[in-house]
Design a protein around this ligand. Structure first.
Ligand code: MTE
Ligand code: MO
Length: 219
């Protein structure tokens, strides 16, 4: 361990600099139907690890999920309670803002739509903030969180998510850049007002649509 805090690490400072410089922007805009690979992305077969450099040691036994805020029914689950929910299997592509994409990832977990059915967001709920065990946060509009292929994933290709990729449970929101897909998920907070997260307050786009190249806040 170094004494650098995650928000002051070299990677964080480098990515903040890219945001200021508008790195990796091609200016092209395409739609998913036209082009599977979003503009400015290249394909990779391996699965790079990107995070703040601190892997929180959370076993399945110690893991808890808290769902609260603007909901009718707050949810507090252990891993056993979480995995007893209806299981979804989705195959989707990953698009990271640092320009790598990885096709055809097989995820298993709880569809965000089924989570919404369990916690019942209030009429006035518009946004969610994901809170992670490493202190990371990221925000999503409720409709993006509720995308039909978004899920709280515990497995990848039939194997438990590894620690480095966000196990026991991470979010996967395939239609947005991967920084929206919080690893080591701890809590989901429903809000009536938006609340930008870790990268969103450091120059990254509030929504992050890869096909519109919404990399940085000015895009
Ligand atoms: N908790 C947490 N989730 C996170 C991050 C992080 O630092 N902490 N980094 C995000 C970023 S920038 C990316 S690109 C992906 C990387 O996921 P991977 O390491 O599984 O490829 O996780 C996202 N989710
Ligand atoms: Mo990223």
């Amino acid at each position: 361990m170094t004494d650098e805090t995650p928000s002051d690490s070299k990677l964080t400072r480098t990515k903040e600099k890219w945001a200021r410089e508008g790195r990796f922007l091609t200016g092209k805009i395409t739609r998913p139907e036209d082009q599977r690979l979003p503009p400015g992305q290249h394909l990779t077969k391996d699965w790079p690890v990107l995070d703040l450099g601190v892997v929180p040691p959370i076993s399945r036994e110690r893991w808890r999920l808290d769902v609260y805020g603007a909901v009718e029914t707050p949810v507090f689950w252990t891993f056993d309670e979480f995995i007893a929910q209806k299981q979804a299997r989705f195959t989707s592509d990953i698009h990271c803002v640092t320009t790598w994409s990885r096709y055809d990832n097989e995820w298993e977990g709880l569809a965000t739509r089924d989570l919404l059915a369990a916690c019942q967001p209030r009429e006035d709920a518009r946004f969610v903030v994901l809170h992670s065990y490493d202190g990371y946060t990221t925000n999503l509009a409720l409709e993006d969180f509720a995308a039909e292929d978004a899920l709280l994933a515990h497995s990848w290709f039939g194997q438990p998510l590894t620690e480095e990729h966000g196990g026991p449970v991470r979010l996967v929101v395939p239609h947005l850049y991967f920084w929206k897909s919080a690893k080591w998920l701890q809590a989901i907070e429903f809000l009536t007002e938006d609340a930008p997260g870790f990268w969103e307050v450091r120059g990254y786009h509030n929504r992050g649509d890869p096909w519109a190249e919404q990399r940085y806040s000015g895009d």
